[in-house]
Design a protein around this ligand. Structure first.
Ligand SMILES: NC(=O)c1ccc[n+]([C@@H]2O[C@H](COP(=O)([O-])OP(=O)(O)OC[C@H]3O[C@@H](n4cnc5c(N)ncnc54)[C@H](OP(=O)(O)O)[C@@H]3O)[C@@H](O)[C@H]2O)c1
Length: 309
């Protein structure tokens, strides 16, 4: 294993904290940066001053202005504006540090909304789902930036397409929390307070692929430890999905919630089904094992139980 120097952008966020912890556990020299920590990616000179002297081998880009489907719709213009400027500045920084590999976990809402199964080559093969148009478009732009900065400036990017994630360290703000964690928080809160009802946003029917965030963190650390990546995007894929209702039932059982589910269909569902093809992933990382859903949920419920009064 190669010990690397790694900068994690967005290190205070849900994904960034998990990635930072795993890299440190695996013995890498980790520098976690974020907006509130003084590295505002909207301010290129200031961000450059924070990163320049570190001369990292890798930059893991977990910085984003993002939240629930509602959030990216309500704040659509800001989501496009802030995320594009952050990405443009991140690539300007990478351009000055050609020795650093930029690792981008890319949310799969950048894929066409009409597809059932997402294959890496299909990213541009159709329109985005309207519910995530703002954020999804900025995720597609990572593909453009990675390609253009490689061609002109030799910047190396490792693009990982990633499904919905769950696990510790997510925000408790209902407009920011990610779908499965939001459900865990609702069920844990209901079980603690003895509430008889839990509200589910949407119909409960959409099928999603769910990835335990610590699996992504483990994979990012492996890419860093192995010191290489051939530059082709790959999906962190299991080719398996569960509906929101199925997930809700698993969580309810785990927390011992015996009440009713109330569906609030004033919230949209987004794409009916999102599952990721795992052919490339299996070829690239044949021995990688994903955390079983039971175990991931167990750990996630335990974490949020500990954070809710
Ligand atoms: N969560 C998922 O299920 C999922 C799935 C697939 C891919 N991803 C991708 O993973 C990445 C991180 O998502 P997340 O869920 O971890 O988001 P998050 O919890 O909202 O964290 C966002 C991070 O970005 C930082 N940030 C925001 N504005 C910034 C700015 N102007 N300058 C510097 N840093 C800034 C925040 O720092 P402060 O706290 O200091 O403001 C925070 O550390 C995104 O690219 C997302 O698309 C996430």
């Amino acid at each position: 294993m190669t010990r690397a120097k790694v900068v994690v952008l967005g290190a205070t966020g849900f994904v960034g904290r998990n990635v930072r912890d795993r890299l440190a556990l695996d013995g890498h020299e980790v520098h976690g940066l974020s907006r509130t920590g003084g590295c505002d990616l909207l301010d290129l000179p200031a961000a450059w001053r924070q990163i320049e002297h570190l001369r990292p081998d890798y930059i893991v880009n977990c910085a984003a202005f993002v939240g629930s489907v509602n959030f990216v719709s309500d704040f659509a213009a800001d989501v496009v504006d802030v995320n594009m400027r952050m990405l443009l500045n991140t690539y300007k920084i990478a351009q000055q540090m050609r020795e650093a590999v930029l690792i981008n976990p890319i949310a799969n809402c950048g894929f066409p909304g009409g597809l059932d199964v997402y294959r890496e080559g299909d990213l541009w093969d159709g329109p985005l789902d309207p519910s995530v148009k703002s954020y999804g478009a900025t995720r597609r732009m990572i593909d453009v930036l990675a390609d253009c900065y490689r061609r002109q400036y030799g910047v190396r990017s490792a693009n990982l397409f990633v499904p919905n994630m769950y696990g510790p360290y997510d925000s408790h703000n209902p407009n920011k929390t990610h779908a499965l964690n939001a459900l865990v928080i609702k069920f844990v809160t209901a079980a603690k307070s003895g509430a008889e009802e839990v509200e589910i946003w949407g119909t409960g029917r959409p099928v999603r692929e769910w990835l335990y965030v610590k699996d992504l963190a483990r994979l990012v650390s492996r890419v860093v430890s192995e010191g290489g990546f051939n530059g082709e995007p790959v999906s962190v894929a299991q080719n398996h999905g569960l509906s929101v209702d199925e997930i809700a039932a698993l969580i309810a059982e785990r927390v011992g919630f015996k009440g009713r589910l109330r569906r609030n269909t004033s919230y949209g569902d987004g794409s009916p089904r999102k599952v990721m093809d795992d052919t490339l992933f299996r070829g690239r990382f044949p021995d990688f094992t994903f955390t079983p859903m039971d175990q991931g949920l167990e750990e996630t419920v335990a974490y949020y139980r500990g954070t809710i009064a």
